[in-house]
Design a protein around this ligand. Structure first.
Ligand SMILES: C[S@@+](CC[C@H](N)C(=O)[O-])C[C@H]1O[C@@H](n2cnc3c(N)ncnc32)[C@H](O)[C@@H]1O
Length: 268
């Protein structure tokens, strides 16, 4: 069951998170910076992780609240932030908490709330998804924008049966400048639960140390998958009107494979 692992989901691999060099983890940053420049702050980022996006927003001059569940990810965030000027660090307000159950202590509503990088798919059940969107609603300013990014992992019901595979897929490789370790990540599409719509990829980090020693970190990494209309219905059911939708951060539309579901919403 994913529920037993979610709080600790990144406990063994948070240290590798910022080494992932894949393109989609670069193209979203200018998108959020552009939106933030248009609408202004303060900004609330849900499931902010290691601050991959948060820090750029703060560097651009925005006050940013980052909510994150995992202590290990927050530790990476704080360590990284220590290398930035005080004026950037002072703009970031980190809160450890659950995005499906939070009430931030502040006297204003946020003109921009973002939920990037497929993190919503780590809630795993509809009750928590609705609870999360209700919290978003109560923190979002009238006329404010909520932007959510969901990965389009399985385009339709007919494709569910094709997901599981024994093949080991290459994801990425990189070197850790701090340790000199070389990291390669692969995954196997282990299991699918078509009732709860959860996929269970098994990710392996293959680490080669500078002295040639080899270590492996294996992670079971459950993700809920959504079909396009399910996301639309969830947003609308929680009082959010979709004002824009895209499949890619450069504005191209949703496609059957390899796109995101990127929705920009306002309060109804
Ligand atoms: C894919 S990472 C995204 C991190 C960051 N937003 C980014 O764009 O790089 C997913 C993050 O969601 C966090 N997370 C998972 N469930 C959560 C929850 N219920 N509340 C808050 N954070 C959660 C994980 O700990 C992890 O840091």
């Amino acid at each position: 069951m994913p529920e037993s692992t979610d709080k600790n989901l990144y406990v063994n691999d948070a240290r590798f998170y910022d080494l992932d060099p894949r393109e989609f983890l670069k193209t979203d940053i200018p998108f959020y910076l552009h939106r933030a420049a248009k609408i202004g702050g303060p900004i609330l980022e849900l499931a902010c992780g290691t601050g991959r996006i948060t820090i750029h927003l703060a560097e651009a001059g925005h006050e940013v609240w980052g909510l994150e569940y995992s202590e290990t990810m927050l530790e990476q965030f704080r360590n990284k932030l220590a290398g930035f000027p005080k004026k950037t660090a002072d703009k970031i307000h980190l809160v450890q908490g659950d995005m499906s159950h939070f009430q931030l202590d502040r006297e204003f509503a946020f003109p921009l709330v973002i939920l990037p990088c497929r993190s919503f798919q780590l809630l795993y059940d509809e009750e928590k998804e609705n609870a999360c969107l209700k919290c978003v609603y109560s923190h979002l300013a009238e006329n404010g924008l909520f932007i959510i990014d969901i990965g389009n992992f399985i385009p339709n019901k007919a494709k569910e049966g094709e997901w599981v595979s024994s093949e080991e897929f290459f994801d990425w490789e990189n070197s850790d400048p701090k340790t000199g370790d070389k990291i390669q990540r692969t995954h196997i599409k282990k299991e699918i639960d078509t009732v709860r719509q959860i996929i269970y990829p098994q990710k392996t980090f293959h680490i080669t140390k500078p002295d040639g020693a080899i270590e492996k970190v294996v992670k079971r990494s459950p993700f809920k998958y959504f079909f396009e209309d399910q996301v639309r219905n969830l947003l609308v059911a929680n009082g959010l009107k979709i004002v824009e939708e895209m499949g890619y951060y450069d504005g191209r539309p949703i496609t059957e494979t390899n796109s995101e579901f990127l929705f920009v919403c306002q309060k109804v």
